[in-house]
Design a protein around this ligand. Structure first.
Ligand code: CA
Length: 224
């Protein structure tokens, strides 16, 4: 069965352009011009992926994103004219999986849609272990010893990447590519921001550091 893509965008020209292109690619497409009607469609007929405009009248895209997230784990791509790193972090924190900056190339959007749909396919769950860390790839539950750790979607992906590659130095480029699917540009500090979040959760009280900085290169998961 073909994938169902929901477009939430108030600019009709963009909606029409996206709808035509996606139908041509074989997707089933529904569209809404504002947040509340988009959420109504998502509840009635759950989409496989949502393309969501940030600047919507009334309820903005970030709020729509949070509400979609509270319903289920559907992949979300945000469309935005905003371009600063702070805005990107805000969008990703709200639960978006990816975003495109307007104007964007349709081919690139299609590539990201395919990547997200591929990642959303269920995989066999396993429990990854390193030192006293465990990570269940089915439930996304993490533990340090007996202590449960709550992770956001991006923190989970980052930790999973390190736990699948223990004791290997992962460069910033590899992390960008594997966790964010593309390069943010050299000056972005998004990895530092997320490593900081992750360390705060992984290192409580006297728990020794596991996620180490390799200056000028990247990061490594190892014991001291
Ligand atoms: Ca708009």
């Amino acid at each position: 069965m073909s994938h169902h893509i929901l477009i939430i965008e108030d600019e009709e020209k963009i909606t029409d352009f996206l709808r035509r292109g996606m139908v041509f690619e074989g997707y089933r497409v529904s569209a809404a011009h504002d947040g509340p009607s988009g959420l109504a469609i998502a509840r009635e007929s759950p989409p496989d992926l949502v393309i969501l405009d940030w600047m919507l009248p009334g309820m903005d895209g970030l709020e729509v994103c949070r509400r979609l997230r509270s319903v289920g784990p559907v992949p979300i791509i945000i469309l935005t004219a905003r371009d600063s790193v702070a805005d990107r972090v805000m969008g990703l924190d709200a639960g978006a999986d990816d975003y495109m900056i307007k104007p964007f190339s349709f081919d690139e959007l299609l590539a990201r849609i395919r990547a997200l749909l591929r990642r959303a396919q269920p995989q066999t769950a396993e429990v990854l272990k390193f030192a006293d860390l465990t990570l269940d790839t089915g439930t996304h539950q993490a533990f340090r010893g007996e202590r449960p750790i709550d992770l956001t979607a991006k923190e989970y992906e980052l930790l999973e990447l390190f736990m699948r590659n223990p004791r290997q130095v992962l460069t910033r480029e590899v992390i960008f590519d594997r966790v964010w699917n593309y390069n943010f540009g050299g000056e972005s500090n998004i990895i530092e921001v997320y490593v900081r979040y992750l360390r705060q959760k992984l290192e409580q009280d006297t728990e020794p550091r596991l996620l180490h900085t390799v200056r000028g290169v990247g990061y490594v998961l190892r014991e001291e």
